[in-house]
Design a protein around this ligand. Structure first.
Ligand code: GTP
Ligand code: MG
Length: 404
């Protein structure tokens, strides 16, 4: 391949200025050739990298020359998949590559990088090691049951199991936090017309995104605005004010409000301070923050307990509102590192925890105890990919972009 395209193989790991030619010797581009001999490459195999000037036509010609010389196009995520199969990365690290590329906030990127460097995998491995030890003890007990030792062993096993559970709970808590970072928080503003929902969105976004007028029923369509609060990605959604209306457009807008409410992680129920009003009907079962806006018009207004008084006009109470949103979403800025866990990881951790709970209840029956430990262990192993079915691998890597 290198012979045809470059005339020779570049020196290992040195950027070499070279001419790129097709099979007929026609010059295509000039650029850098980089050769990474196995095993010191991303995939662990021999790797040749060409850096040309780019541009769709030259790229296509160069690609065609590579294909003519016997190469084929990589599938999405194939490089990372090969790296995984060669043992360069475990599965959680491989997933972190995609997460790093897709990171929607700085916090998420930092967290993905930590997973990539193996922090998450190390935590999982530590849990796994503790379980393996406990299993070894238990299996030995199964093979050589000695009556008088039995009670002693049960006590020791119970203590060890409790320690594993505490450690697992910690990993799970950090993973739940990370899952928030990954997916972002969907925050929906809802309330009667004219209470200042759009004004609040603009205020939180720091930009005049939504149209604001004194006319009730201004917002007709849901408006989404991505913002960050302390590095957490938040999707703010402004909605049409809810009231009885015969206006067809407004009715359609209100139907959208209901749809948005169904998808909300947190609802901001907005009221006008000092004005009697009902909470929005049909609110979903998610955390809700009652927000009393326009307090600048009501000096001395006191919001009911748990509610927040704000003014979109003066900015009063907005810092508190931001904090309340993060709190309601379950974000606890501990300053500690979180794990940018995927749904798959969370499910496995939760399943592992359930097996450990069952194990704790089966201390009197060694066989069942041992079996629950084994099941918990398998769940953890699936996270780092020690035992992962092929179709799951296909599913994970197919979501990568091509070339990664
Ligand atoms: N004094 C004062 N006026 C405000 C405040 N927030 C909003 N307003 C005014 O209230 C009116 C309605 O504001 P909007 O933000 O359009 O209200 P909305 O809830 O989005 O209304 P709809 O889109 O009709 O549902 C506008 O004239 C705003 O300037 C506030 O904190 N103080
Ligand atoms: Mg509005």
């Amino acid at each position: 391949m290198a012979q045809v395209l470059l005339g020779q193989l570049p020196a290992p790991r040195h950027a070499t200025l070279m001419k790129f030619r097709d099979a007929g010797g026609q010059l295509l581009d000039e650029g850098l050739g980089l050769y990474f001999p196995a095993p010191h490459s991303y995939t662990g195999e021999d790797l040749l990298e060409l850096q040309g000037h780019g541009g769709p036509v030259v790229m296509q010609m160069l690609l065609a020359a590579c294909l003519d010389a016997g190469a084929r196009l990589a599938e999405p995520g194939e490089f990372t998949r090969r790296a995984f199969l060669e043992g360069r990365l475990d599965l959680a690290q491989a997933e972190a590559v995609a997460d790093l590329i897709d990171a929607a906030s700085r916090e998420a990127a930092r967290s993905a990088l930590r997973s990539l460097s193996g922090e998450f995998s190390a935590a999982i491995e530590a849990l796994r090691a503790a379980l393996v030890e406990l299993r070894a003890l238990t299996e030995a007990q199964l093979d050589f049951p000695e009556e008088e030792l039995d009670e002693l062993h049960r006590g020791a096993s119970a203590r060890r199991l409790a320690a594993v559970r505490t450690a697992l709970d910690e990993v799970l808590a950090k993973s739940r936090q990370g899952s928030l970072l990954r997916n972002g928080v969907h925050v929906v503003l809802a309330g009667s017309p004219n209470v200042g929902k759009s004004s609040l969105l603009n205020c939180l976004a720091g930009e005049e995104r939504a149209i604001v007028t004194p006319i009730p029923g201004t917002t007709r369509d849901a408006l989404r605005e991505p913002i960050h609060i302390e590095g957490v990605a938040v999707m703010l959604v402004d909605t049409a004010g809810l009231r009885t209306s015969s206006d067809q457009i407004e009715q359609l807008g209100m139907a959208r409000t209901q749809q948005e409410l169904e998808r909300a992680d947190v609802v901001l129920a907005v009221y006008e301070a000092g004005v009697e009003s009902q909470p929005p009907r049909k609110l979903p079962e998610v955390p809700r923050i009652d927000v009393y806006n326009k307090v600048d018009l009501r000096p001395g207004f006191e919001a009911p307990t748990g509610a927040i008084a704000v003014s979109a006009k003066t900015g009063e109470g907005l810092a508190e509102l931001r904090r309340a949103i993060l709190r309601a979403a379950g974000w606890t800025a501990t300053g500690e590192s979180v794990f940018l866990a995927r749904e798959r990881h969370l499910r496995a951790l939760i399943a592992a925890e359930a097996h450990l709970v069952r194990a704790a209840a089966e201390l009197a029956r060694w066989e069942l105890f041992a079996e629950e430990l084994r099941l918990a262990h398998d769940q953890l192993a699936a996270i780092t990919g020690a035992f992962t079915p092929d179709d799951l691998l296909g599913e994970i890597f197919s979501r990568f972009c091509i070339g990664k």
